[in-house]
Ligand binder design. Sequence first.
Ligand code: KG4
Ligand code: ZN
Length: 348
Amino acid sequence: MSHEPLVLGIETSCDETGVGIVRGHTLLADSIATSVDLHAYYGGVVPELASRMHLEAMVPTIKDACTKAGIQLKDVDAIAVTGGPGLVGALLVGVAAAKALSMALDKPLYGVNHLAAHVAVDTLEHGALPEPSIAMLVSGGHSSLLHVPHLATTVESLGATMDDAAGEAFDKVARVLGLGFPGGPAIDRIAREGSFDAIDFPRGLTSKHDLENHRFDFSFSGLKTAVARWVEIQERAGNHISVPDVAASFQEAVVDVLTRKAIDACVTHNVETLIIGGGVAANSRLRHVVMERAAKHNITVRIPRPGLCTDNGAMVAALGSVMVSAGVEPSDPLFGADSSLPIENVRI
Ligand code: KG4
Ligand code: ZN
């Protein structure tokens, strides 16, 4: 008999209905139903549609995860669910399902922080997290730099985006370039055919003055506007626009700022491990540049495989498992979904 906890995790903060099952740091199942195709028609996630799709997908996704893991629901030691941050209607579906399971099975329930779960998922690939670590989360909803002294209980924010999230910038620039939604994978692909130094786009919050007040914060809204304006000027002048060059140059500006600030956070806090999570962590150029720069400072970079970087249930189960193993008390069963849950609340 293994003493490692068997944990089922539920994720519904955005447009992915994810159910993951882990034992300790071992991933047993990661089932996902996504409504992304439905949102693609509107060019972005429509919250009400996402909530309805979670409702439809929840029970089949739970069943699918149990089948894949070869377990029965009564076998689990604990249930974990994303309590926030995220779209409140979407979160509510997961929280209600998790409460129902917890009550029916008489198992402890952990309402967990989505951002901390993005960090925890790495334990499924690379084992226990060296503590302290620095984590950079870059997705469609968030861009944050975190100091993680103790993943089960204590996560501190070093900085975050002041406007658009990194993934949001990818999505908006992709729209300007006619590349569809979600934009990140499309830009990543087409950028490989372009030159990253073709156009010198601005690097937000990197001037000496900005670094004094916003050393670990990000801003991508100015970059997005700069790309749109550049395209508009070229079109008006009747010039040919190389979409691969624009995509590669834009991507380089994002990657340059993200990697510079992440490495700076590690050096400043004397931390040797950098974890990168969130959808944008799937970006091939980001992976390449961060490895190159980290090596110069003897920093170890841990990035989960792309399928675990985007939203999923396994990440929630992984954080639940870390909490159970650390002896963290379960959540009060009366907790509610919190759309703006601060990162300091690792568990609700
Ligand atoms: O973590 P995630 O699945 O959902 C949120 O919590 O937002 O991240 C989705 C975001 C989208 O903005 C998408 O365009 C971006 O991650 N993304 C990428 C790549 N794959 C997904 N951005 C850049 N390069 C990629 N390869
Ligand atoms: Zn996410």
